[in-house]
Design a protein around this ligand. Sequence first.
Ligand SMILES: [Zn+2]
Length: 245
Amino acid sequence: MISPLATGLDAGAGAVVSAGLAAGFYSYASLWPGSRIFGKALTAPERPGELALTFDDGPNATWTPRLLEILAEHSVHATFFLLGARAASHPELVRQMAGAGHTIGNHSWSHPNLARTGARRVREELRQTSETLEQIAGAPVKFFRPPFGARRPAVFRIAREMGLVTVLWNAMTSDWSEASAETIAGNLVSGIGRLQERGRAANIVLHDGGHRDPAANREPSVTAARMLIERYKGTHRFVALDAWS
Ligand SMILES: [Zn+2]
């Protein structure tokens, strides 16, 4: 068969998964953000010059408020993929995000690897999170980002059944383990430049929270976000994901 990656085929869930795919490939593809062989996902459109700042694993009691201040200072709208359990602990921060016009997405309740989670629990993780976020923010949740980017056909199907668009990314660096904001911002600037050359918008991931540590220090990530905003605000357009759906 023709490799789905070679054809760039944006296939429906499971359509091109065959016994011919080696187990190693399967596991690689399920964790690779650019891979779409397991279903349709939103990454970024062909709109060079548009940048979506997205923040995962929050809210975080210390760093999310600081980030919200920076976004407000520059009138930038972003997208927050929240963990349901953390949102339930900090409803005031979720309300603040929604009130400021940011987009709120579902990042599961407890951050499991969904490629290895049974369908019933996947459904429960997503349902409980959407319900909690909708109850707090008073608006429907449209977007879902799988923890670790890990997925399989059933995850796409369940998300779709719940009316959620699965979102991946195309610009990421290890901001959760990097102590230097300059390094984080520098790596993302290189990635954004490469995407721009290919005529694509950038769907940028940073972390304002930590899925293992609710009090994770996210100063470097939040400072990197400020550096990106200051660098690009005159030349690029910052959008929340609603602009692409
Ligand atoms: Zn995450």
